[in-house]
Design a protein around this ligand. Sequence first.
Ligand code: MRU
Length: 348
Amino acid sequence: MNNKMSETLYWEKGTLFLLDQLELPSKVVYRKCKTYTDVIKAIKNMIVRGAPAIGVSAAYGMVLAGTKAAKLSPTEKIKFIKKVSEEMIQARPTAVNLKWAVDKMCVVVESSLKLNPENFVAALESAANEIYDEDIECNKIMADFGARLLKKNSVVLTHCNAGALATAGYGTALGMIRTGYKNGKIKKVFVDETRPYLQGARLTAWELQQEKIPYTLITDNMAGYIMKTEKIIDAVIVGADRIASNGDVANKIGTYSLSILAKYHKIPFYVVAPSSTIDFSTLYGTKIKIEERSAEEVLKINGKEIAPKGTQVRHPGFDITPASNITMIITEKGVFKPNKISTLKKIK
Ligand code: MRU
């Protein structure tokens, strides 16, 4: 990762350290996870968030579960790991990278059952490190593919945070923006604040500021006005939490509305995501489970109530953007028209 930035997460001597994303941008604080339950709590509470970052954290969470189970018999080990993996996957149900990483770790558990406790934990640790390294590598490849699609000096708009903070490092959508800026393809970024968690205002703005990439923050409901009146947005670039086999994309709530605006204004709409975000077993976006989060997250900003007591709230954390609203999906395996994303299954 760029050394000017703090790392999203790191593993040191059997402990997972997570940069607390609830404290950003005002404080850079790391939280220690010494047990798998610490990791589950951190994922649920959004100390760590963003689909790939959750997946990598869960992989280390499985190392911690493996450490606890290392001395159990093979049958007991399998039973324990199965229970932990179910709990882990439920922590954030929409982001499929979480399940992808946990499933990968379960395969390592099964193939390492005969190892002594020390080697069993070492096998899990090395698998988690591989998931971490691969994530950064994929992001850099996608960034190169994506940046090539842009014309020189583009002005782009992004939603939520799909940056280094949402991954092991470099970022998906923001990775493309980083490389695009470096290569003279991007001159400025509009950042949606992204209610209710303000990932855009707090996290994306923080990352762009550290990298000295020019940006302007807008509230979510300003995007249409900017597209219409200023006519300067050349592309919308977002990440994904789960991509269905037909190319429909689940991403942060508000992405769907943005895709409609982009289509209406004839602005290319790019989704940048590693192949671990594609869920080939889900045929259509409508089949994706959308996480409902607490009412309190909508009713309060910085701990302060913003609506009358007793107000009814809905809080879907994500929405589905239909494949027909997406120009291209950029993965580490290449750039695909959304309706062709299922061909990736063959090259997996
Ligand atoms: O609720 P969050 O902050 O975990 O949601 C994150 C997003 O929706 C991101 O756009 C997505 O995970 C892609 S991250 C590279």
